[in-house]
Design a protein around this ligand. Sequence first.
Ligand code: VGL
Ligand code: ZN
Length: 234
Amino acid sequence: MKHISFIIAALSFAGVFLLFHTTMSIAEEKTGVIVVDVQGDFTTLKNGSLACNSTDKAYVDKVVEATRALSKKGYLVFATQDWHPADHMSFFSNHAGKKPYEVMKIDGRTQVLWPPHCVQGTENARILVDNNLFMAVVKKGKNPKYDSYSGFQDDGGDITEMNSILKRNGIQKLLVYGIATDYCVKATAIDAVEAGFKVTVIEDLCRYVAPDTSAKALQEMKDKGITIVKELSL
Ligand code: VGL
Ligand code: ZN
């Protein structure tokens, strides 16, 4: 008799343990994906105005395939979309006498002056990955007065809906990739880690504006506790 109650107790303990363990692993697996600014203007594929190196069809196909595979595995996928008005302050053409890629101080902040790109409602502002894969697309850089490399907030401190959407969906970990490593990927990944997410950036699925700023960005991200992996392993 004593034996039987001991066995029952042991079995229930094992059961509770297993249930707890399974629940915890499911919770641990709540991983989201942020596909950053994979838009025509940043690619050579679409002859973009701000095309990064090696953003041909092979790159876009690789991003599309990876995103599809992650979605199929059950990860919730989000996207950011650079979405500027034509009079945006980051465009060199909106500053008399300035040239593309010149740097100037605007309201005390250092601003790179870009070729006009990702203008709202233009062909090359479109995201090159099937929109049906995204749980949500967060548009950024809509305010003509502020640039917004991060998908979480602009340079004026105005927050987007990104953090609340991720939290609402119970996301704890994030995979981040896209364009550009040295600007929007970096800013988005750093804000994500600062918002409490565990962040991994997949280098092979990213492209950069310049190699030196990209190397610095990768180091800065590592220093902030972001994991950098060479490629996606599923
Ligand atoms: C970006 C420069 C200007 C980016 C956006 O997506 O990294 N870079 N706007
Ligand atoms: Zn931009």
